[in-house]
Design a protein around this ligand. Structure first.
Ligand code: SF4
Ligand code: F3S
Length: 118
């Protein structure tokens, strides 16, 4: 599953890598306003997206249960063509709205989400 200590074990990617991510995705909002933690080598390696609500893009298999069940609609789909696990992922676009219910953490079948509710 996702490393809960990603914010000390990984580094935030810079603007150049973010531009690369955006051009490899088919939606322009990819990465906008959401921190991305590397390493990032699109299209195969996409890193962890978000900080309070963090999604490991390299684990996400696009199950969708998080997006469908989040009570405050934190997530939006982004297309990730040619990623080995799945061709779309959930971006925690509205992570600032999270109420720390932990539903997404519990429901994800591949343990791809970490919410820092402590
Ligand atoms: Fe949504 Fe709850 Fe997950 Fe926060 S912890 S993103 S409110 S499902
Ligand atoms: Fe991905 Fe898990 Fe959500 S696989 S779409 S983070 S339920």
């Amino acid at each position: 599953g996702i490393d809960p200590n990603f914010d000390s074990n990984r580094e935030k990617v810079g603007e150049e890598e973010l531009d690369e991510l955006r051009s490899s995705a088919s939606q322009t909002e990819f990465g906008d306003g959401v921190d991305v933690w590397g390493p990032v080598e699109p299209p195969e390696k996409l890193g962890i997206h978000g900080t309070h609500v963090a999604v490991d893009y390299d684990l996400c298999v696009a199950d969708g249960a998080c997006l469908e069940n989040c009570p405050v609609d934190v997530f939006t789909w982004v297309e990730t063509p040619d990623h080995p696990e799945s061709e779309r992922k959930v971006e925690p676009t509205r992570e600032d709205q999270c109420i720390d219910c932990m539903l997404c953490v519990d429901i994800c079948p591949v343990d791809a989400i970490d919410v820092d509710g402590s």
